[in-house]
Each structure stands twice: as C-alpha cells, then as structure tokens.
Write a protein that binds this ligand. Sequence first.
Ligand SMILES: [Zn+2]
Length: 290
Amino acid sequence: MDRQLEKKYTDRAVEIGRNGDVSALPELIRYLKMPSQHVRRLSASAIGKLAGLLDAKLAVDALKSMLNDPHPQVKQYVIKALSAYGAEAASALNDLKDIAANYIEKEYNRRDAEKALALISEAVKLKEQQTVHKCSRCSVNVVSDEYARSMKAFQRIYCSKCFDEVYLKRRNFDTEVELNKTIEAKSGTLVQSDGERLIADFLHENNIDFRYDERIRLIEGFAVRPDFYLPEFDVYIEYWGMDTIDYKIGMMKKQKLYQQEGKKLIPIYPKDKNNLSTLLKEKLFRYAPM
Ligand SMILES: [Zn+2]
C-alpha cells in the first residue's frame, strides 16, 4: 500500500476512534479489509473505542471475522477491541478459547485471549444475574441464589418460600408411602404393594439378603427411595407400581439419577409380575458376585 494513502487511512481511523463518531462504523469495517496491517490494526482499535456507543452486533461480527488475520498484531488489537464489548461479545467466546489454547499463536495473543475470555464471561454472568427470573408457582421475582438452587434441585424456578413448600410436599409423599406399608411378605417384612411382596418373597425363597426401603436419600433434590437393596450384589430393585403420569416422570428422572451415580438398578413393572422369578434370576445372574 502506498505510504501516503496508508497514513491517510490510519489517521482517519484514529480520528474516528477519538471523536466517537458512531456513523463511521461502516467506514472502519471497510478499513479492516485493507492490505495495510497498520490500517487494519488501528481500525480494530477504533471499533473497540466505539464500544457502548453503536450497533454492537455489527461491530462484534466485523471484529470476529478478523480473528484469523494473518498478522498477529492485528489479531492482538482485535482481541482487545472484543473485550471492550463485554457481554455483547459472547459469540466470540469459542474463537477466543481456540486462540488461548493454540500453541501456534503468539504468546501475547494467547495471554490476551485468556484475559478477554475471563472478562467477557464475567460480563455474561453479570448480565444473567440481572435477568429477572420469576417463580413458576407464585410469579414473584427470584434472586440469582434462589434461581440457581431451585434449578439444580427441581429443574424449575421457585422462590425460597415455594421451594420449601414443594420440598415438604415431596417429603410428605414419602411419609405417606411409609404409612401404606401394610402387606406382609413371607420374611415378615411389611411392604406396600402386591408387586413388592412378590419381590420380597422371591428374595427370601432364594436366600438373598436384602434391605427394604431402608434409606430415603436426596439426590439433586429428588427423594430416592430404593425399594430393595441387595448388599451381596450391590444392586437396587425398585418396583414401579403406580401408573400416574406424574409418577412416571419421577420414575424416568430417578432412573437417570441412578445411572449418573453409577448405581445398578433393576426396575420391575406390573407386567413383570407373571414371570418375576425368571426375570430376576436372569438379571441378578449378570450382577452375581464372583
Ligand atoms: Zn414462589
């Protein structure tokens, strides 16, 4: 590029950045494509200076397209300019991660990409915290702590008050289950359904040691209540007897939780009652201790 022309454009880019001339963004974007690395570098810098004043998406997209500029110093200015856009530059996070992790990149670019990542991620987090979330039960606004806790436990948004109520309801459900244990199995164990009695009798007749409904543990806010635990096999058997939709949803979530926790679960359904003995023998054989 002609020296004089180059000087003209670099001076212009610096001037736009200094004056905060928002209407000149298209001009700067055009400069980003010029053959002179100095023009590209100073234009990127000027776009960074205009952050907060103009159409952020247009600016961020233009800067992002410069992250593979062949000249490392242009890249450095582009990275710095992106940081200035904070949460608006969230779409550049992956590209920045790539640069930070790439050994071929210049050391200073990797370091600056790392800084930009931290800065933009923090801005995104702050923006998320300022987002208003409403309780799905009573519609009051919830603060970020409540939001995080209820999403983790229930995958739904609850305020603290509703969180406690929902939690209590679940616990009462488990207490109710406890009160329903009225059927006596051969081993003398009191169970709560015909299906559970069949399982208890099978285990008793085959001299398999078991504990019934011993612990109620919470995994991620869900009450996990294994109907049967077989210590020799380290296996849980759960009888899914109730046929309501709510129960089925809980059932799938629970099965997933067992998987995540790396626990072995044999689920038994009402349809299995007819060939329970064959089915359990077959499944337990797989988990048999050596
Ligand atoms: Zn609420």
